[in-house]
Design a binder for this molecule. Structure first.
Ligand SMILES: *[C@@H]1O[C@H](CO)[C@@H](O)[C@H](O)[C@H]1NC(C)=O
Ligand SMILES: *[C@@H]1O[C@H](CO)[C@@H](O)[C@H](O)[C@H]1NC(C)=O
Ligand SMILES: *[C@@H]1O[C@H](CO)[C@@H](O)[C@H](O)[C@H]1NC(C)=O
Ligand SMILES: *[C@@H]1O[C@H](CO)[C@@H](O)[C@H](O)[C@H]1NC(C)=O
Ligand SMILES: *[C@@H]1O[C@H](CO)[C@@H](O)[C@H](O)[C@H]1NC(C)=O
Ligand SMILES: *[C@@H]1O[C@H](CO)[C@@H](O)[C@H](O)[C@H]1NC(C)=O
Ligand SMILES: *[C@@H]1O[C@H](CO)[C@@H](O)[C@H](O)[C@H]1NC(C)=O
Ligand SMILES: *[C@@H]1O[C@H](CO)[C@@H](O)[C@H](O)[C@H]1NC(C)=O
Ligand SMILES: *[C@@H]1O[C@H](CO)[C@@H](O)[C@H](O)[C@H]1NC(C)=O
Ligand SMILES: *[C@@H]1O[C@H](CO)[C@@H](O)[C@H](O)[C@H]1NC(C)=O
Ligand SMILES: *[C@@H]1O[C@H](CO)[C@@H](O)[C@H](O)[C@H]1NC(C)=O
Length: 598
């Protein structure tokens, strides 16, 4: 139908000598608009334009012109006939040339959309009479641009050159664009060329360089872009980025370098990016990611490094990025999530660790993930999960465990279905923390935390310690606290005192005996049944400390440490801790009875 119409118009036009375009006037988005159809495959410029004006919308009122059809060129009648024209849209007309310059009389033109045409050349000074703020050459066939193609466009804000795969950009091509805010060079097959391109674009906030072919960027490429907010270099062939490439881009909020060919990132590469919120590094083949690389990213909300070839997560990675709400580490080779890795980020909502080789999930590495909404742990080799880690959820919706050793389930309704889901995961919880607790602690302020399983009916520990002095046993409900709720000190002050602290306050002191010995294992029983914390030396068979917990809490974890001391040169303590169960509990109960009768 349209094709027939074209021929009809063409026929009529040929008969009249000069061709006539017919405006259909209307208000589009409150703008007086002329729409016309053109059929001009031969590129005639000999046009007139007519139409029936409507109220308040005639030639002199026209702000917007939208053309459809087919034309080799842009007839200059358009700019001649519409003195107030601000917006010109000629998308997808197969336009091949801007010669002769059709815009000389478009003195009010602000927006020009020439996307999806076949324009290969921008004649120098083409736009010099316009007031262009937005210029779109999306999907044309631009080739080598003349250095003066954008002459006099100091007021241009948006330039779209996306998908011009043969484009060649002279070094100073963008220099006139002092007011440019957004530059889209996506899919332009850009190669490693001079990168002085952006030196004058001090107002640029958005730069899209994705889907290109350059392999590296000189460290000065972005130096003058101090207002840059969004930088996209995803899907390319970049093999290296110099450490000081982003030094001056202090306002950057989004940085995408995913799907490139990077193997390393300089240790200081993100040092200036304290405002960065989104960082995408996925699909690069990193050989190593250093431990403090993310440290400067204090505003980071979303980090993705899926398919990054990561083997080792560093404990320090997320220490300072406390606002992270989404972390994607899927499709790596992670086998272990170190203690405290995620403990600084309590607002985490989305965590993707699927398709790795992770064998266990526990609160020691995750802390309190109270805000977690989505946990994707599919396709790992998980065989043990800390019960508390799952039970603490208050908002979890999606939890996916299919393709693991101890659980196969996926749910999109975790909170509604919690009891049932937890039931199905009993196998994982029962496997948790069955390892023997035999360890050495050195001069340390950090607790070594262990899990108390709800299915174990024990509320007591047999703690064997060999140390010169000052061993601490902590009991607490969750691991995101600074200090445990109850802390038992044995042999502090150079092995003179023992004491119990509740919520930081000393509630009990015993200084009758020196309890520890650096040459021999001493055995203590520590219980907390009936809300009473009590400690006795196995050899003595009676508690030397007992304390009624003032503000009871569920004891989910116990921790061990040897405190840094000032009195002694203690190097290490050796611990051998076991859980008291079954019959052993009975003798303990006797003590409790005696204590409670007192
Ligand atoms: C035409 O413009 C005048 C003055 O701006 C205004 O008062 C009138 O309502 C408009 N008429 C229509 C049909 O928009
Ligand atoms: C349109 O504007 C031109 C130049 O401003 C003027 O000469 C002409 O009279 C106007 N036409 C009408 C119909 O108002
Ligand atoms: C686009 O222009 C080139 C010459 O620059 C020509 O060879 C090609 O056929 C044109 N393509 C279309 C779809 O018009
Ligand atoms: C750059 O942006 C600032 C602040 O928006 C503005 O005042 C200034 O005029 C802009 N510079 C140019 C060349 O447009
Ligand atoms: C950055 O701007 C300064 C002047 O402000 C200029 O001397 C320098 O050449 C520019 N850098 C680049 C890479 O163009
Ligand atoms: C870059 O372009 C792609 C595709 O047009 C788009 O998805 C992406 O959001 C753009 N990036 C920026 C920072 O504008
Ligand atoms: C990645 O870089 C290596 C050399 O460092 C090269 O051999 C390989 O072809 C590149 N891969 C891609 C997809 O560009
Ligand atoms: C990643 O790099 C390692 C060597 O560091 C290489 O063995 C491996 O094949 C690479 N993987 C991909 C997907 O390029
Ligand atoms: C799970 O958490 C709830 C509170 O959310 C608590 O009442 C319950 O005792 C916990 N279950 C176990 C087995 O720890
Ligand atoms: C314990 O560690 C602290 C901090 O690392 C150190 O200053 C102190 O000398 C150490 N003390 C001993 C006895 O090794
Ligand atoms: C730890 O204690 C258990 C008995 O409670 C004992 O069998 C084991 O040998 C001890 N391990 C060490 C290293 O002392």
């Amino acid at each position: 139908m349209i094709i027939k119409l074209f021929f009809l118009l063409f026929f009529i036009n040929s008969c009249l000598g000069s061709f006539n375009l017919m405006c259909s006037f209307d208000f589009v988005d409150d703008l007086c608009t002329c729409r016309f159809l053109i059929y001009n495959p031969d590129g005639s410029n000999d046009y007139t334009i007519g139409g029936n004006p409507i109220t308040n919308c005639s030639f002199n009122d026209t702000i917007q012109v939208i053309s459809s059809g087919k034309s080799f060129n842009i007839p200059s009648v358009i700019c001649d006939r519409f003195p107030m024209l601000e917006i010109l849209q000629m998308e997808g007309l197969e336009i091949s040339t801007l010669d002769p310059n059709p815009f000389l009389n478009c003195r009010m033109l602000k927006t020009l959309n020439l996307g999806y045409n076949n324009i290969s050349e921008i004649i120098p000074y083409t736009f010099m009479n316009t007031k262009l703020e937005s210029l779109d050459f999306h999907s044309n066939s631009l080739e080598k641009l003349d250095p003066n193609a954008f002459f006099n466009l100091g007021q241009l804000k948006v330039l779209v050159l996306q998908n011009n795969p043969g484009i060649i950009l002279p070094e100073k091509i963008f220099d006139p664009l002092l007011g440019l805010v957004s530059l889209n060079l996506r899919d332009c097959n850009l190669l490693d060329k001079n990168a002085g391109w952006f030196g004058k674009l001090k107002n640029l906030t958005d730069l899209n360089l994705s889907v290109n072919s350059f392999t590296t960027i000189p460290n000065y490429a972005f130096r003058n872009l101090t207002n840059l907010v969004n930088l996209d270099m995803s899907v390319g062939k970049i093999t290296s980025i110099a450490s000081n490439s982003f030094t001056y881009n202090v306002n950057l909020k989004t940085l995408r370098i995913n799907n490139n060919n990077l193997t390393a990132l300089g240790a200081n590469i993100f040092d200036s990016l304290g405002n960065l919120e989104i960082l995408s590094l996925s699909m690069n083949n990193f050989t190593a990611v250093t431990s403090n690389i993310f440290k400067p990213l204090v505003s980071l909300r979303k980090l993705s490094c899926s398919g990054c070839n990561i083997r080792d997560i560093k404990t320090e990675w997320f220490e300072t990025s406390r606002n992270l709400d989404s972390v994607d580490l899927s499709c790596n080779q992670i086998s272990h999530i170190p203690v405290n890795t995620f403990t600084s980020i309590n607002q985490l909502k989305f965590l993707y660790i699927n398709s790795n080789s992770i064998s266990n999930l526990n609160s020691r590495s995750f802390g309190n993930l109270n805000s977690l909404y989505t946990l994707d742990a599919r396709d790992n080799i998980i065989y043990e999960i800390d019960h508390y880690f799952m039970n603490q959820s208050t908002v979890m919706k999606h939890a996916s465990f299919s393709g693991n050793d101890c659980a196969e389930l996926n749910t999109d309704n975790f909170m509604e279905d919690k009891t049932n889901v937890m039931q199905q995961m009993t196998g994982c919880f029962d496997n948790f923390d069955k390892i023997k607790i035999e360890l050495e602690t050195y001069n340390s302020t950090l607790f070594d935390w262990h899990n108390i399983r709800p299915n174990d009916d024990w509320q007591a520990l047999r703690v064997r310690i060999q140390a010169a002095e000052n061993a601490h046993i902590g009991l607490t409900d969750s691991l995101d606290r600074g200090d445990p709720l109850v802390e038992i000190h044995i042999g502090e002050r150079d092995n003179r005192d023992s004491s119990i602290y509740e919520r930081g306050e000393r509630v009990l002191l015993d200084n009758e005996h020196r309890r520890l010995n650096e040459n021999e294992m001493r055995t203590f029983i520590i219980g907390w049944k009936f809300g009473i914390v009590m400690v006795y030396e196995e050899a003595e068979r009676f508690p030397f400390m007992a304390h009624f917990i003032r503000e009871p809490f569920p004891v989910n974890f116990f921790g061990l440490r040897t405190k840094i001391n000032t009195y002694n040169s203690q190097k290490k303590a050796t611990w051998n801790v076991s859980r008291i169960q079954g019959n052993e509990m009975l003798s303990l109960l006797q003590f409790y009875k005696q204590l409670m009768n007192k």
